[in-house]
Design a protein around this ligand. Structure first.
Ligand code: CUA
Length: 182
């Protein structure tokens, strides 16, 4: 028995209803996660000019790397640029809150600190900030995980986690910590 338009139409409407229903459920759950659970992308809405990133402000060369701020907070600043992170290795203490702040000088890059929950895009014109705590010493490779053109697969950095005593001993007296001083 061949189906007629009369049979097909209710079936199509049913499937359209199911599809719309699922879309509505996903939309409501997304809103719920964002508004009630505060699950938002880690990037905040701090703007800056990618063209003058290296000349003025927070991301000039002397500010890059790990710093212990006056209030004791550990902040890591890095610039993502085709096709490298500057600096290419950063040292952080185990067990303390660390704020990673990154900005891009050119296109969209991404960071992923392997073995941790750090994962964000770095969009030019904005500061990408992620706060985390590293719970054991070790070294984490940090690849760029957003395709950023031909050199993308060679764009890597390293995050070196050291115990807090060592961090203070070796780096505490310097305002800026780098992997080379170890
Ligand atoms: Cu930078 Cu991919």
């Amino acid at each position: 028995m061949a189906s007629t338009e009369h049979d097909v139409e209710p079936a199509e409407l049913r499937w359209a209803g199911v599809t719309l229903g699922f879309s509505a459920i996903i939309f409501v759950l997304t809103l719920f996660a964002a508004l009630a659970l505060q699950r938002n992308p880690p990037s905040n809405l701090e703007r800056l000019d990618p063209k003058s990133l290296h000349l003025t402000g927070e991301f000039t060369e002397p500010n890059l790397g790990t710093r212990v701020e006056a209030n004791g907070r550990v902040t890591v600043r890095m610039v993502a640029t085709q096709f490298a992170f500057v600096p290419h290795c950063v040292v952080v203490p185990e067990g303390r809150e660390v704020a990673l702040r990154l900005s891009s000088a050119d296109v969209i890059h991404g960071i992923l600190v392997t073995g941790t929950n750090v994962n964000t895009m770095v969009v030019p014109g904005f500061v990408a900030e992620v706060r985390t705590r590293f719970d054991k010493p070790g070294e984490h490779p940090m690849p760029c995980h957003e395709y950023c053109s031909v050199g993308h697969e060679g764009m890597w950095a390293r995050v070196k986690v050291v115990d807090p005593g060592e961090f203070n001993r070796v780096y505490g007296k310097q305002s800026r910590a780098s992997c080379e001083r170890q």
